[in-house]
Design a protein around this ligand. Sequence first.
Ligand SMILES: *[C@@H]1O[C@H](CO)[C@@H](O)[C@H](O)[C@H]1NC(C)=O
Length: 365
Amino acid sequence: MFLSASKILLGAACLFFGAAQAQDDDCTAGPWSDVSYTGGGGGSRFCATKWKAGVVVTGVEVWSNDHNVRAVQFYYSDGTNSPQWGKIDGNKHARLDWDPSVDGISQIKSWGNGKGQYLGRVYIRTVKGAELDVGKNTNGQNTFETNVASGIMLGAFGQSGDSIDSLGFLFLKSKIEKITVDDVVFNETPEDLNARMEGLQTVILDYADHTNDNTAATEVFTFGKTDTKSTTKTFSNTATRSFGWSTAIQISGKILELGASSTTTLNYDYSQASTEESSTTNSVTLTYTVATTLGPGQRTFCRATAMSGTYKGDYTSTVNIWLEDGSTFGFSQEGTMEQVNWSKASSVCQDNEFPPEKRAMKFIS
Ligand SMILES: *[C@@H]1O[C@H](CO)[C@@H](O)[C@H](O)[C@H]1NC(C)=O
């Protein structure tokens, strides 16, 4: 370990920081492989990762003088940052942030200080081409390349005192094959939501006040229309953004659903299906028609209504990430579901005017 600015593979586990630093932390074991670090053996261990909570690294900040890297700090997808390790000093400094939903790391190169003591320089490039390059002049020194695998940075580790003695990065070892959100449990029950009529309202789609103006003839008045409304159901969770996953995910568990209890009313229930897609958009066609025969001078009042439902609620779940190499890992995470649905329409015509609208009614034209 003290030989030179060295790249030591974790495969030789007994070499990993030696016995003195054997204490486990969250950087010790995880869904990474082929881990290396660059630098010397002094300083005390640091570990920057939140991978067990499904949080990835989205930013790196480095300070250096002409001799070696003096300080490092890391930023996470949950908006937090790691402590700063080392001591800020020197005339070289840069910070690189990337959006993990659309970018990742394509290359990391690092150098020692040429004497096997400290980290000398770091170079990081993202897939989109943003770069960080901070450190001493490393002409003539060996360059050590990190295997960035999936390009998803889960953490960083090393040793530090007043300088950064060594630094290594932890990358998700394989590309993601799929993400599933399992064991979904909503914070609210269908019973509570139905009792409160949460987000449910009767909507007046159309209204008519018609009089047969003929003095002698009857008239058939037809009240009817076809209306199209969109319905959506969307589950969101931050893991898909953090892990750059844009394809639909599958959801399973006690999935709350706002659906039709009869043709013209909506209510909450648990889904009969055990698995759903993370996002569905559809449309419903609301059709109503009623024909009334009116005598001379007769007046009629018609109204068409439907129930609309809008729900936004939180759930707890276990997010499982399935890797192309056949392994998986999971973590618990909260998410939000948003749903809009409609019942079928109904219509009625009558001789008397409708009573003033109840509070739950809303006019949509
Ligand atoms: C709306 O409710 C219907 C009837 O229960 C259901 O089949 C459909 O999946 C729901 N639509 C959405 C987008 O949730």
